[in-house]
Write a protein that binds this ligand. Structure first.
Ligand code: SAM
Ligand code: DTB
Ligand code: SF4
Length: 340
């Protein structure tokens, strides 16, 4: 059974050192190869989205200057994905800015064709295509999509402050639909939109109540986009709050990849190292996110090499970290273990 909101609050309010130590202990116990997963974003269709998410550069509601593009062609996608593979990425994440996909939507067939193009690369494929109808999720799965990203972004109470064209419940429904179709879930949130730490925990409690835990949980730091409502309203968050939510996420979802996502450029290298110690074990790698610059690749390589976290597969072999199961049953004996 998942963590309740009260249990998450209890964890969140632990003395920081105690929280970090426990998160790091769980991190070591469940660690996998690669120790830091590198995901690569490809925006296959930019801009012109009819949704009004207040943080988003791609919403047609705000003058952010991102023009709507046509859907990327298979040859262009393959070339882009091949380059990413050569850089050592582990997972591709294809994004599209539109409301979502229904089964009879001609765009669905085009997306499935794009995904099939990627098969020879043998990389993990995630897609983030908005709200999903049941039949659409099944077709994506059949075309080779393994993972579906759909962020809840914040808790249910704060949600109406960041979008009005769909509800929090619409987003939860898409997670259920994706999961029922056999897609592994990637779902997380944004920090720094003016929400409270309880809103972030409410998001985690919602994820925790799903029939199966998400395979990955991205935490984005808001990148304020000129022209969007959150450009001015952004609320910079102390690093300690970022570290706390990462650590709670690690403890509550021990097997999940916890992705330190957008906004890493604003963190020092030392702050990012602290985030990895607190439980983050995945990043977006590459010069660009969907529309904004990411931390430069060479800085990522330097940081991960400095920490001894670059390309762990080559150095240690997958055998050492292959199991997502705990290395021992010690977790059951700590004060953090929960009554059955
Ligand atoms: N349209 C799809 C959706 O809404 O799920 C996929 C694309 S959407 C841009 C993917 C996610 O990127 C959002 O849910 C949000 O978590 C994150 N994101 C978008 N703009 C952001 C920003 N300015 N700062 C931080 N994260 C952002
Ligand atoms: C996620 O949680 N963050 C990524 C990915 N999943 C789709 C997107 C970040 C977008 C940052 C803003 C932009 O590039 O426009
Ligand atoms: Fe942006 Fe996705 Fe919202 Fe569209 S649905 S405005 S692409 S976050």
């Amino acid at each position: 059974m998942g963590y309740s909101l009260a249990e998450l609050e209890e964890l969140y309010q632990l003395p920081l050192w105690e929280l970090l130590s426990e998160a790091n202990r769980i991190q070591q116990q469940y660690r996998r190869c690669p120790q830091i997963q590198l995901c690569y974003l490809i925006n296959v269709r930019q801009g012109g989205c009819p949704e009004d998410c207040a943080y988003c550069a791609q919403s047609a509601h705000y003058p952010s200057g991102r023009k709507a593009s046509a859907l990327m062609k298979p040859a262009e996608l393959l070339a882009c994905a091949q380059q990413a593979k050569e850089k050592g990425v582990h997972r591709l994440c294809l994004g599209a800015a539109w409301r979502g996909l229904k089964e009879d939507d001609p765009k669905l067939a085009e997306i499935c064709q794009l995904v099939e193009t990627l098969r020879p690369l043998e990389l993990e494929v995630c897609t983030t295509l908005g709200l999903l109808a049941k039949g659409a999720a099944q077709k994506l799965r059949e075309s080779g999509v393994g993972f579906y990203n759909h962020n809840l972004n914040t808790g249910p109470r704060f949600y109406p402050r960041i979008a009005s064209t769909h509800s929090f419940q619409d987003r939860v429904r898409t997670l259920e639909v994706a999961q029922e179709a056999g897609l592994a879930l990637c779902s997380g949130g944004i920090i720094g939109m003016g929400e409270s730490w309880r809103d972030r925990l409410e998001l985690l409690a919602t994820l925790s109540s799903l029939p199966g835990a998400p395979e990955s949980i991205p935490w984005n730091l808001l990148v304020p986009i000129p022209g969007t409502p959150l450009e001015e309203l952004r609320a910079p968050v102390p690093l300690w709050d970022v570290v706390r939510i990462l650590a709670v996420t690690r403890i509550a979802f021990p097997k999940a990849r916890v992705r330190l996502s957008a906004g890493r450029r604003e963190l020092s290298q030392e702050a990012q190292a602290l985030c990895f110690l607190a439980g983050a074990d995945s990043i977006f790698f590459g010069e660009k996110l969907l529309t904004v610059p990411n931390q430069p690749e060479k800085d990522d390589r330097n940081l991960l090499q400095e920490l001894g976290l670059w390309d762990a597969t080559d150095r240690f072999g997958s055998r050492l970290f292959a199991s997502p199961e705990p290395a021992s049953s010690a977790v059951a004996q700590t004060r953090f273990s929960r009554k059955k």
